[in-house]
Design a protein around this ligand. Structure first.
Ligand code: ADP
Length: 359
């Protein structure tokens, strides 16, 4: 196992008409045995970052270390990493055994050692009975397991995953996600995992790196990213449905939306610079009978069984609340809205968290 350290890493693609900065100034230290997830929308630079770690893409500037060794100029095959791709690209004419053994055969490992490692990986992944099959005789999930097995047999210092589950259907994706989590607990290998799926990021990562436009917005444990998002982008990217964001300002007794059609008795922190944005997670919004306080009209009710999503309109301000599954709210009715003061988030004019509690 090993650490992975990026210091001031930049990637400029020179061949796009004019030079294009895909990754700005990336600093990241992945600890030995840690599972770090790079997440962000398409084009944010996460695959480029992973490919630089893998040695599949050159590093324009900065330093990359695996363990204590600077590997900027070390070829991919000598970095002691194993990568699992979205497109698992198994050799169709080879059996599962041969697919698993391939990288080791290429490296001229002794036959007994190859057999031991293939058996061990097959055992870990539940592929023991399938070793004689060819890829076309396997289900999508089994193929993805073989792809994982090809990485595992190499006993690398670092695993790199590039959207490994995005080709699978929804149900299989959940199952494989759990298998990766279980595998990771058993193997404990340092891992960098790229995905655009915030659920994968939240469930798999020891830490999450949220990226946008080639820059890192926040690096932290999943619970901190959710409870203390560093800015409005992270606040809406992580969590589904996303956090409600309401631009506005302070009044004598609380907050008022920009258009003046929504008020709440929650006070922004003294240091928050206007214009402000108030953030409320859907589960923090409490619905009740209308009274003297804030009210809104129910626009949409989406019962999901265990919970119900209620879309509300307070003038032109739209909000989504997540309430119990048994709650019965009627479209067109008015409801009272409240929120615990400790449950709100504040963002300043620059979109950054401004309650002074960013960690
Ligand atoms: P992500 O994985 O987050 O979707 P990428 O790292 O693949 O994003 O890409 C980041 C940006 O760099 C995108 O704008 C993409 O178009 C650009 N890019 C990626 N690869 C190349 C390349 N080989 N040449 C030029 N531009 C590239």
């Amino acid at each position: 196992m090993a650490t992975v350290t990026l210091e001031g890493v930049r990637k400029i693609y020179p061949d796009r008409g004019q030079p294009y900065v895909a990754v700005h100034q990336l600093d990241l230290a992945v600890a030995d045995g840690e599972f770090v997830v790079l997440v962000g929308p398409s084009g944010c630079g996460k695959s480029t970052t992973l490919r630089m770690i893998a040695g599949l893409e050159s590093i324009t500037e900065g330093t990359l270390r695996i363990g204590d060794r600077v590997v900027n100029d070390v070829p991919a095959r000598d970095r002691d990493i194993a990568m699992v791709f979205q497109n698992y690209a198994l050799y169709p004419h080879m059996t599962v055994y041969q697919n698993l053994a391939f990288a080791l055969t290429l490296r001229k490992q002794p036959k007994g050692e190859i057999e031991r490692r293939v058996k061990e990986a097959a055992e870990l992944l539940g592929l023991g009975d399938l070793l004689d099959r060819r890829p076309r005789q396997l289900s999508g999930g089994q193929r993805q397991r073989v792809a994982l097995g090809r990485a595992i047999v190499r006993h690398p210092q670092v695993f790199l995953f590039d959207e490994p589950l995005s080709n699978l259907d929804a149900k299989l994706r959940v199952q494989m996600r759990r298998e990766i989590a279980a595998l990771r607990r058993r193997l404990g290998t340092t891992t960098v995992y790229v995905t655009h799926d915030q659920v994968e990021a939240m469930t798999l990562g020891d830490r999450i790196v949220v990226m946008k436009d080639g820059r890192v917005l926040q690096v932290d444990r999943p619970s901190v990213i959710y409870q203390r998002p560093a800015d409005t982008f992270v606040a809406t990217f992580i969590g589904s449905p996303p956090m409600n964001l309401i631009p506005g300002g302070a009044t004598v007794d609380g907050f008022e939306s920009e258009r003046g059609d929504f008020r709440l008795p929650v006070r922004p922190p003294a240091q928050a610079q206007p214009p402000l944005t108030l953030g409320i997670r859907p589960e923090a919004l409490q619905l009740g009978p209308t009274g003297t306080g804030t009210s809104a009209e129910v626009q949409l009710v989406e019962p999901l069984g265990s919970e119900t999503l209620v879309t509300l309109a307070a003038g032109t301000t739209t909000l989504v609340a997540r309430v119990e599954g048994t709650a019965a709210w009627t479209i067109g009715h008015r409801v009272g809205l409240s929120v615990e003061p400790g449950q709100v988030h504040w963002f300043g004019a620059d979109g950054r968290r401004s309650d002074g509690r960013t960690v």
